[in-house]
Design a protein around this ligand. Sequence first.
Ligand SMILES: *[C@@H]1O[C@H](CO)[C@@H](O)[C@H](O)[C@H]1NC(C)=O
Length: 613
Amino acid sequence: MEATTAAEMHWRCSLRRGCATRISVLMALAAVVMLAGGARADEYDHKYAMGDSFPLWVNKVGPYNNPQETYNYYELPFCKPHPEAKPVHKWGGLGEVLQGNELIDSQLEMRFRVDIPKRAVCQDPLDEKKVEHFKYAVQHHYWYELFVDDLPIWGFVGEHVTEGGESGGDGDSAKTYIYTHKSFDIAYSGHQIIQVNLTSENPRPLTPGTTLEFTYSVRWESTAIPFRRRFERYLDYNFFEHQIHWFSIFNSFMMVIFLTGLVSMILMRTLRNDYARYAREEDDLESLERDMSEESGWKLVHGDVFRPAPWLVLLSALVGTGAQLACLTLLVILLSIFGSLYVGRGAIVTALIVCYALTAFIGGYVSGGFYARNDGKSWIRCMLLTASLFPGTCFGIAFALNTIAIFYHSLAAVPFGSIVVVLLIWSFISFPLTLFGTVIGRNWNGTPDNPCRVKRIPSPIPNKRWYLKPWSVATVGGLLPFGAIFIELYFVFTSFWNYKVYYVYGFMLLVFLILIIVTICVTIVGTYFLLNAENYHWQWTAFGSAASTAVYVFLYSIHYFFMKTKMNGFFQTCFYFGYTLIFVIGLGIMCGAIGYLGSSAFVRRIYRYIKSD
Ligand SMILES: *[C@@H]1O[C@H](CO)[C@@H](O)[C@H](O)[C@H]1NC(C)=O
């Protein structure tokens, strides 16, 4: 249990923030190694012998309505059994820290299969200040989180009762109580802890001048539930596997069939006529040219359609990053399905960071190849932008949120050591992989191979109706992909902001695949309309019409914030919109890149038979 390594000592030190400067590069690298698993003590194999003692960890407290506004358990003036002892922290991995967890040993004695009758923890003499603090907490529905053997336990700090007996009133007759007794019912099976119930009892009024005595008791019973199913009680089957969920998947699936049918019908029909004609007249160049001059529509712009897009560096970086994010999403969803990642605190965040760093190669490869094929000259700038665009945006938002969290003394503040670790991962894994990917992409995939040559002088773009302008195509483009995912979004948001454990990653995988197909189809249709309007600025339009999905998601998140949650206060509002912004930017880049790559394949396909002069 006391297997304390130097790295762990440093971690404790970094968690206390006081001695952050002592963090050495060495220790951070050690932490990288420990990233995936966390430390090793006998709590980690979850096996105990009769009478073994194990810790009860206290984690965080905060208002129930604001899931990110969390504080250290001892920010509330709870007394400690041994106030003079140095607090013992548990290090559980980078993801855990980034998610705002800080596990501190409660110093309560817990022994495997040893019942503990009601026992005093400590005495807490109440003065005006403490009473105010506790009252504020109880009136704002503060809840706290404890951990036993990696099982979370939740309880409310107290209750707010009006004389009539109904809770929640705040008139003069309202009384505020704090629970002083914690009763643990623990179920075990063999040598393992299966289930922990916490009952808060013995409410006491908060009156200055009195002394509260906090107590706890432990009762053990055996259970037949096997260890591997002990997390099932945290999963809300009725919510996640509700008919609506199945129905929405079915719905989106119908949309996919309809869209792919539509796309293939309209386009193949149009193209088949063209192909037939070109195949017939392939040798007859003269008649081809005559034909071309009579044509209107997409064929007319064959000399401009492969003109490199403006802002090429940015487009390459976005397409590369988006391809990387798509692979990352797929990878993390698969890992979650096969690894049951929802079980571990912060496991998904850790997986996201590690996989992001490892998939950086893909980002470099796609963006480097794309940039080289379009005759880009400053590939280093392109590589730097690919490596830093999305991480930089996330870091900027996270930095702003962190400043707010530090100001509020919230647990959501990421300690300096973890920031260093994230930066090290970026600079020693992600960045070199992007560079490597760029070099490989330029060499293997960087030769220009457009089917049509680009004319020297750009043709003018005829002024078409408003609905054929890039802006309107881009705006409409996001509607269908958004429609395909918004029910799933509701489930994801609800698990993120309303304390439900998201575990239906199979659904998520389906919705992700549906999203990809719908995005590609819609972008192709948009591109086709645009090219038919003789507007050859299709690259950014394709990117934008897929990325606009994210704008709708952002609008939906505003609706969700006001209608489905009771979040309030500056802190939580900033965190809600900050996290949402990161999510939406990532989604936008990913969809944009998927849409762009899809319509790029389409454009290359349809111009294949057009011989340019
Ligand atoms: C915990 O509570 C649940 C639901 O109330 C109950 O079914 C279970 O038996 C309890 N477990 C223990 C160990 O008391």
